[in-house]
Ligand binder design. Sequence first.
Ligand SMILES: [Zn+2]
Length: 174
Amino acid sequence: MAPIRRAGEGTMKFVHDTGSLLASMPAYVPGENYTVKECIEEVKDKESKRSLEVYSEKLKVLEPSKESVKKVREVAKELGERLSDADVKVIALALDLGATVLSDDYGVLNVATYLGLNAKPVRTKGIKENVVWVNYCPFCKVEYPPDVEVCPRCGAEVVRRPRFKAGGKGKGRR
Ligand SMILES: [Zn+2]
């Protein structure tokens, strides 16, 4: 008996971050392949354009919605992850498209998984559970927001440690 297919099923969508593009993953992954312009620029900075030519025909460059970008930034802040603009947009675009995120960046995988997205590592093993980071001064024992890198009290480098495992699969703490 043939399996019943619903509309939209059957086409896998993938959003690639810079690491995935540098590994030429769009050349190997079936279905629809997407990225954001920031990642294309990073690839051009880091390597010859040759790696881009391998898969340029299979790759669509899109801009994520402002709503998704805002949502990703909120979750990154909640989890204490420091993400680049390119990282944020990769996750936001996957959110818009219902696509799988391909990345080797732990922060990207952590935030994407927390938002309930499929997130697959390219070279590493990936993550099983979400982590929420605490950013704190090891001397003053004071917690700071993720963007604070030096303790304003004593000048020591602010470090981070996992606070607890979060729910994941879109289950927020609020
Ligand atoms: Zn301090």
